[in-house]
Design a protein around this ligand. Structure first.
Ligand SMILES: Nc1ncnc2c1ncn2[C@@H]1O[C@H](COP(=O)(O)OP(=O)(O)O)[C@@H](O)[C@H]1O
Ligand code: SF4
Ligand SMILES: [Mg+2]
Length: 387
């Protein structure tokens, strides 16, 4: 649709937007209802050592104000047995990316409109040329996704109180996870498994917690219970969306330590979403920096922390409080605002806030530049032909 230059929407435009939205939502919902054979969502993995490969993912919301491009061509990999940190300020599309992986984007207004999310599963093996096959979650029917969601891919949310049901005991809710994954399991066996899980996440009196209600536990304990639930089905990937933001600092450190420990023991991968670079530095093997629905830089934790290249990543690092800094100095903050996700400019989205702008930055959105096999940045400062 035509890009508007002002924020005012006339009645005529409003009608046009609504008409367009209904058309689009109908189109994407009809695609989901189709009877799809597994062959249609079976694709090749780029690298068999990755558990997830997100490739040019575009997820948008058809709202009354226009189309919100929440995730606008995001690509990154989650290698097996690793922690990938996704960082960026509020509203940059971190949660929508993770909800897209889980097929939990709020529909019908929220839709994945392009790209692939390749999930490396043992359900499909190799093609005739020996390439590892995978499922593309963006095309997978919801019915099939039920087998993967909560089992192979699980999620831990920011606020454990709202994720637990206040009227059932912890034990009841944990047992339920076992029953869903294995309907034949006996009650006693499910209880044993639940208590084992509570033990695993460092709860000292698991029997007591098993028969407690969520409100009887502290925030940190509740988050441990959520982690136990996420672990119950032996997941290959845990998505942790700001898992410690609602907890106080000492508990935060314990929960992060626990997650790191469990990741090593269980050999799964974690996609750790946070706006806190400090958390990423402690935990992640790989870092993905997002800005306004795009990945602007990605690399190993070492590359991003020792050699940040994008002016936004550099700004983020400068705005991190340091124990050694002079307390009289105000903390650095990146000036300006993120552009509106409805009317995104045609050039670099960071241009309005960037202090290193060059002539070329007036051109179209910068391409992704390969710095090393693992390090990529989208910024004109690093283009080859740059004088
Ligand atoms: N249900 C929704 N309807 C409309 N817009 C949404 C919805 N959910 C998220 N968005 C928009 O998508 C963008 C990305 O949001 P989100 O992924 O939640 O950001 P964050 O990086 O803070 O997790 C934001 O601009 C937000 O307003
Ligand atoms: S492309 Fe230009 S405006 Fe964008 S971050 Fe790089 S230097 Fe700044
Ligand atoms: Mg979020």
């Amino acid at each position: 649709m035509k890009v508007k230059k002002t924020n005012y929407i006339s009645l005529k435009e409003s009608r046009q937007i609504i008409k367009y939205n209904i058309q689009q939502m109908k189109h994407y919902e009809a695609l989901k209802r189709r009877n799809v054979e597994p062959i249609e969502y079976t694709v090749k993995m780029k690298n068999p050592n990755n558990i997830i490969e997100i490739d040019n993912l575009k997820t948008c919301f058809f709202t009354d104000n226009g189309t919100v491009m929440s995730v606008n061509g995001v690509s990154f990999d989650i290698p097996k047995n690793s922690i990938v940190g996704v960082v960026g300020e509020s509203g940059c599309g971190k949660s929508v990316t993770s909800l897209s992986i889980m097929q939990l984007v709020q529909s019908p207004q929220g839709q994945i409109i392009d790209g692939q999310i390749r999930f490396n599963t043992d359900e499909v093996s190799l093609d005739e040329k020996g390439n590892k096959l995978a499922y593309d979650i963006t095309k997978m029917p919801t019915q099939h996704m039920y087998n993967i969601r909560g089992k192979d891919i699980t999620m831990i949310f920011q606020e454990p109180m709202t994720s637990l049901n206040p009227v059932f005991t912890i034990g009841y809710q944990l047992d339920e996870v076992s029953f869903i994954h294995n309907p034949e399991i006996q009650k006693e066996e499910a209880k044993k498994h639940s208590i084992e899980m509570l033990n695993k996440v460092g709860i000292s009196m698991p029997e007591r917690v098993y028969s407690s209600y969520p409100h009887e536990l502290s925030g940190g304990m509740r988050q441990r219970v959520m982690i136990a639930m996420a672990l119950a089905g032996n997941p290959k990937l845990i998505i942790a969306d700001e898992p410690t933001t609602a907890l106080d600092v000492t508990i935060q450190a314990q929960i992060l330590e626990l997650l790191k420990d469990l990741q090593k023991k269980e050999g799964c991968s974690i996609m750790l979403i946070t706006h806190d670079l400090g958390v990423i530095a402690e935990m992640a093997d790989y870092v993905v920096v997002m800005y306004a629905g795009k990945v602007i830089e990605k690399g190993t934790a070492k590359e991003i922390f020792h050699n940040p290249m994008h002016p936004y990543t550099i700004g983020l690092q400068k705005s991190k409080p340091l124990i050694t800094s002079n307390s009289n100095e105000p903390l650095y903050s990146i000036p300006g605002q993120v552009p509106s996700p409805i009317n995104l400019p045609n050039n670099c989205y960071f241009k309005g806030r960037c202090t290193k702008c060059i002539n070329k930055c007036n051109g179209e959105y910068p391409k992704e530049i390969k710095v090393s096999d693992t390090h990529y940045v989208s910024c004109y400062l690093y283009e080859e032909s740059e004088e």
